[in-house]
Design a protein around this ligand. Structure first.
Ligand SMILES: [Zn+2]
Ligand SMILES: [Zn+2]
Length: 338
């Protein structure tokens, strides 16, 4: 694989260089190809196209009476950002730091069915997606070379999705990506000052104020964050304090599956099936700066960002964001869409 990882000496950001993707139109995709036609026959994730993917890592066959052979599949991305076979040796180029593109990049095909909206899936199917995320991230976390496990989903062209088939992705990074590193530092700072997890405190305040809550069940809360970056951004946060998604006990998956499905249904009804990005924020893995510290300063959670407006250059370039919708109004709108 060509390419490398380089660190900018000023911002300290690690950047993955993927020259093989230069000819590709769509960024951030599992299958780096131009948008595929909508016909199920030509989709690489549909049953019958199993040979078109990389060698399978695992599959579930939870509903054998409904499906032929599988209900969910996981395999390495065909054009991965990072690869498990790479030599992790760090290097240098004069004053600059580099490393090889070591890591893992996996695709989860969430259902054998092509297209459709997410909330058409049964709660049991969604529970299986969560189980796959949990089990694959636990496995990747066991590899000491990986420092952060990212779970995400790009749905729709505006969000970087390539195929109209529900799929999500896992990436294991050999470094702490800058988009999470700053969060860890701030959360750790909050913890060392107040001796409490910032997310546990956020939940307490949101449940008291109620104005930004979209939905709540016995184990999870869905709300529009106080200073959300995107209009109608929704976070789903477990009430129990847990650092890693992989720590989620099996008995919590049904309630997570219910609230996740319901939030996606509200977003579809309220906003007309927009493209969206979903990200599971995890604690750092095998990262000495943070994990030597026994304090549980971070709290896994899901962030869902509908893509209903294009991002302007000023919003992106400034490192901050502009958001035309107040979270209190967004939450009220989503509550009504239930
Ligand atoms: Zn398909
Ligand atoms: Zn917490």
């Amino acid at each position: 694989m060509q390419g490398t990882i380089r660190r900018d000496p000023v911002s300290h950001r690690w950047i993955i260089f993927t020259p093989e993707k230069a000819q590709v139109i769509i960024r951030d995709s599992a299958e780096a190809e131009p948008l595929l036609p909508e016909t199920p026959g030509s989709c690489p994730f549909c049953p019958g196209s199993e040979h078109a993917t990389e060698k399978e890592i695992m599959r579930y066959n939870s509903f054998p009476h409904l499906n032929k052979g599988w209900s969910l599949r996981v395999f390495p991305a065909r054009n991965p950002l990072l690869r498990i076979e790479e030599d992790p040796k760090p290097g240098g180029h004069g004053m600059y730091d580099t490393m090889q593109r070591l890591g893992a990049h996996e695709v989860v095909v969430e259902t054998p069915r092509h297209g459709g909206s997410f909330d058409e899936m049964a709660s049991e199917e969604i529970r299986d997606i969560l189980r796959a995320w949990r089990d694959r991230s636990a496995d990747l976390q066991g590899d000491r070379r990986f420092k952060y496990i990212m779970i995400f989903k790009n749905r729709g062209k505006e969000a970087g999705g390539t195929v109209n088939h529900h799929y999500s992705e896992l990436v294991a990074f050999p470094f702490l990506p800058s988009f999470v590193e700053a969060r860890f530092h701030h959360a750790a700072e909050y913890f060392s000052f107040r001796r409490r997890c910032v997310f546990c405190d956020i939940l307490a305040q949101e449940l008291e104020e109620k104005s930004r809550i979209v939905e709540e069940n016995e184990e999870f809360v869905a709300f529009c964050p106080y200073a959300g970056r995107f209009p109608f951004e929704v976070w789903i946060v477990p009430k129990r304090h847990m650092l890693y998604f992989s720590e989620t006990p099996h008995e919590l998956l049904p309630s997570l599956s219910r609230i996740y499905r319901s939030v996606m249904s509200r977003i579809r009804i309220a906003l007309g099936a927009p493209a969206y990005n979903l990200m599971v924020y995890n604690g750092p893995s095998n990262y000495d700066d943070f994990t030597k510290n026994p304090l549980q300063f971070f709290h896994w959670h899901i962030e869902i960002a509908p893509r209903i407006f294009g991002m302007s250059a000023i919003a992106l370039g400034g490192g901050g964001y502009l958001n035309p919708t107040l979270p209190e109004e967004a939450a009220a709108f989503l509550r009504k869409a239930g």
